[in-house]
Design a protein around this ligand. Structure first.
Ligand code: RB5
Length: 152
């Protein structure tokens, strides 16, 4: 991923408070954050928000995406249906760093019912501060993932 300046954030009803906290955290760090998520605690459908952020990333409207639902799983599955998206669900910062270094994940996802806010901040920081290795076996494997998309 090239330099990240604009981040799209999306969430369902399970993650409104965490979304607001992470948005503020990222803005304090100087990122521009576009909110694609719900701001209501009323039950809603996470695929809508996974798709919105996935399309924004794939179309280059934002440089990267953050997705939060109860577990981070449903919303990332939805985002991963968009061509060009590599969304990774993590619950700690080592995986967050490695999914940028090895998989060039362009969306990071986590669960508001799984991780606390401090862990969520560590996850986002580790992912944003990491660099895709982008050569050798990692590049070959990410290219293989791209090829799978061509056969859908
Ligand atoms: C909503 O209840 C919950 O299913 C959703 O936030 C998410 O955890 C789905 O994967």
């Amino acid at each position: 991923m090239s330099e990240v300046k604009v981040i799209g954030i999306g969430n369902d009803h399970a993650a409104v408070e965490m979304k607001n906290q992470i948005k503020e955290f990222l803005e304090e760090k100087g990122y521009q954050v576009i909110n694609y998520g719900t701001d209501s605690d009323e039950s809603c459908d996470y695929p809508e928000y996974g798709e919105k952020v996935g399309r924004a990333v794939a179309e280059g409207k934002v440089d990267a995406g953050v997705l939060i639902c109860g577990t981070g799983i449903g919303i990332s599955i939805a985002a991963n249906k968009v061509k060009g998206v590599r969304a990774a669900v993590v619950s700690e910062p080592v995986s967050a760093r490695l999914t940028k270094e090895h998989n060039n994940a362009n969306i990071i996802a986590f669960g508001a019912r799984i991780v606390g806010i401090e862990m969520a901040k560590e996850i986002v920081s580790a992912w944003l501060n990491a660099e895709y290795i982008g050569s050798g076996r990692h590049e070959r494997r990410v290219d293989m993932i791209r090829k799978i998309e061509e056969t859908r």
